[in-house]
Design a protein around this ligand. Structure first.
Ligand SMILES: [Zn+2]
Ligand SMILES: [Zn+2]
Length: 233
């Protein structure tokens, strides 16, 4: 907030929804931990840890999938997703630092709106069996890490981050700056995953995104979007 004006440039109503969603999300994480740890016993604590890890890996894939879709399909005019996903992801290539000026709510609000329903739906899963406990915890974990993905992405572009975050980046436990720079090298067609980035090397090795695009084009005739600046002549 500067000069009494809000630091964000979107509607106060959307801002209120973002704050409510972030609050709900933290409440659901606390409730989820309470539910899982309340019924676990013996070896099930190990399964809970495995589920949290699984959610983290899955979140990396989901981040890559959503990012890839926004970069490669649709336009800024596409209903529902054009303005909220396609536009910011594509603008991010030409203005990577832009997102670093967003505060916590603006950075994480939209992702929390998407992940709160996903996390709430986890309560449909019973936790009276080890499998149910694993699936419940994995879904809550997935939603939590998807929520934090934009924060990790923002840290990868910030000039200064807290020492503990820099250490996590160096240890490659969250998205690392140099690693993410691979995606920011034209033509921006690889390394889409932006939570931990762990899945980028193996997916790149099997050319996962390119092959998926070729398959989609073969089946539907729809070619992936390519920024005209990087079209090969
Ligand atoms: Zn991109
Ligand atoms: Zn980026």
């Amino acid at each position: 907030m500067a000069d009494g004006k809000p630091s964000y440039d979107y509607s106060p109503a959307h801002r209120a929804i973002e704050i409510a969603a972030i609050t709900c999300l933290f409440a659901l994480v606390a409730a989820g931990a309470w539910r899982a740890l309340g019924v676990a016993e013996g070896l099930q604590y190990g399964w809970i840890a495995a589920a949290v890890f699984t959610g983290y890996v899955l979140a990396d894939f989901c981040s890559g999938f959503v990012h890839w879709m926004a970069d490669r399909y649709g336009t800024e005019e596409t209903p529902l997703v054009g303005q909220n996903y396609v536009k910011p992801f594509r603008e991010h290539h030409s203005d990577p630092k832009g997102m670093t000026y967003h505060d916590f709510v603006e950075t994480n609000g939209n992702n929390s709106i998407v992940t709160v329903p996903m996390m709430a739906s986890a309560w449909l899963i019973g936790v009276d069996t080890t499998l149910g406990l694993f699936l419940f915890t994995a879904l809550v974990s997935l939603a939590f890490w998807v929520f934090l993905t934009n924060q990790f992405h923002k840290w990868a572009h910030q000039d200064d981050v807290p020492a503990v975050i820099a250490a996590l980046q160096r240890a490659r436990l969250v998205l690392d700056v140099e690693h993410h720079n691979v995606h920011h090298t034209a033509p921006h067609d690889k390394y889409y995953c932006i939570t931990s980035g762990w899945l980028n090397p193996p997916l790149d090795k099997i050319q996962f995104w390119l092959r998926t695009e070729q398959l989609i084009e073969k089946i539907t005739g729809v070619a992936a979007y390519q920024d005209p600046k990087f079209l090969k002549s």
